[in-house]
Write a new protein. Structure first.
Length: 453
């Protein structure tokens, strides 16, 4: 395995170009002891060898995707300036680049008029969305599906807002009938629709939720941290495609460029359909916003200091790979989806394995087969460890067994939860490596004596 280093020569070239913008300034001695820096840097390199190979196709576990080379280079380039996008005099150029990049993300959802910015990740982005919701619907409940990210419940506690989980149907999507029953009881101010759950990649039925919104007048927030970019691809199933077709109708959207957007951590994005919510961010800062009458991003953000490097990186990435259907970015994303479909079909048609749901996006949830859910969980843990010893890195996921009775009809359900394997095929390279991955899956199944029927 060799890391790509050819592009590093471009960084030197770009730094020389950057220097020309400050050529009138007198030189400053850098006072860098290169040998001492070298010693510590090599020690750091040695330390971080102790990681799973998140960048490699053999890593098919958590939602970890390497940044694009252009994102790495642009991020590093900006660090010689180290801009702070809280205020224009801390990040003049990078603030402008952030606004341009966020405008392209908003345009992906069909929004030309909006309020939005980058932030540290999905948790902070969802915090801002639910904070605004609590201002608009004070004292009212926030509801999200039981398969939504745990951050929504935790954020509600931070905001001191009531929260309720909504059960899901057999496809791990928010159960509409139960949601309606909750709404009929009143005091629901916000419904969170998950557009790609972390566990299974399931997409909540947005069309039906929008219909209920007309009747019950709640605020609708879409947590698309993981799944948002799939709006660009054309190989989704019909129901999921319909959901994405309705995404422009929600009140706020969260998306994480550091997931499928090819960005380094941490880079999230929050978008509000109504720019008027900016009034809730208003605050006085006599030492911050003096340099320009233009909007400072800190005036529409809960975070204060924010890395301008993130803005430069995402701006450069979207310049190289525009967020358009049929473009290179979209085509690479569709490869992840195709890889998930192929893996699912292989597992579904192999009697040694159990599958739960056909993937809606690019997550496949599966398990070694046995006659009891308790034994399935034991085999999963064993399979997980053996896979790691073969350099195949997966994740595990505890799934409520009440949701799988219709799928695993010949399995004795003797536990409330079953531990399954979870494969996030987030890299386009997974499509090219799918046969190699399958060979490893087959090899490990032989090691734990899974038998074909």
């Amino acid at each position: 395995m060799k890391f790509e280093t050819n592009t590093l020569t471009l960084l030197t070239e770009a730094l020389k170009e950057l220097e020309t913008g400050f050529s009138e300034l007198p030189d400053v001695n850098d006072n860098v002891d290169v040998e001492k820096v070298r010693s510590v840097l090599l020690e750091a390199a040695d330390r971080i060898k102790d990681n799973f190979p998140y960048f490699h196709p053999y890593y098919a576990g958590q939602m970890l995707k390497p940044p694009h080379p252009i994102a790495r280079l642009a991020y590093m380039l900006s660090l010689w300036i180290n801009p702070n996008n809280h205020a224009l005099d801390g990040g003049k150029a990078s603030s402008s680049m952030e606004k341009e990049a966020v405008a392209e993300i908003a345009s992906m959802f069909g929004w030309k008029k909006y309020l939005g910015h980058l932030c540290g990740g999905g948790t902070i982005a969802n915090l801002e969305a639910l904070w605004i919701a609590s201002k608009l619907k004070p004292g009212m409940k926030i509801v999200a599906s039981e398969q939504a990210h745990y951050t929504h419940k935790r954020i509600s506690e931070v905001l001191n807002v009531p929260f309720q989980s909504v059960p899901v149907d057999s496809y791990a999507r928010m159960d509409i009938n139960t949601l309606k029953q909750i709404l009929e009881k009143g005091n629901v101010g916000t419904v969170v629709a998950t557009i790609g759950t972390t566990g299974t990649g399931s997409v909540d039925p947005l069309k039906e939720i929008l219909s209920l919104q007309k009747e019950y007048d709640f605020r609708l927030h879409a947590d698309a941290a993981y799944g948002g970019y799939f709006i660009l691809i054309n190989n989704l199933n019909a129901d999921t495609q319909e959901t994405y077709g309705n995404l422009s109708k929600v009140d706020s959207i969260v998306i994480d460029p550091h997931k499928h957007g090819l960005q380094p951590y941490g880079c999230g994005c929050i978008l509000f359909k109504d720019p008027c919510v900016g009034k809730f961010y208003k605050h006085d800062s006599p030492y911050t916003y003096f340099s320009s009458s233009d909007l400072h991003l800190g005036e529409i953000s809960l975070e204060c200091s924010r890395p301008g490097a993130s803005a430069v990186a995402i701006w450069a990435t979207q310049k190289l790979l525009p967020l358009i259907p049929g473009g290179e970015f979209a085509e690479n994303l569709s490869k992840s989806r195709e890889a998930a479909l192929i893996l699912y079909e292989k597992l579904f048609n192999d009697s040694r394995f159990l599958t739960i749901l056909p993937p809606e996006l690019d997550i496949v949830t599966w398990a070694p087969k046995s006659n009891k859910t308790s034994i399935v969980s034991e085999l999963t843990e064993k399979y997980f460890s053996l896979a790691a010893s073969e350099n195949l890195h997966l994740a595990t996921f505890k799934y409520p067994t009440r949701l799988i009775k219709s799928f695993w009809k010949d399995i004795d359900i003797d536990t409330d939860y079953v531990t399954c394997l979870r494969s996030c095929l987030m890299k386009p390279e997974h499509l090219d490596w799918i046969e190699k991955l399958w060979q490893l899956i087959d090899k490990i199944a032989g090691k734990i004596n899974l038998k074909r029927e």
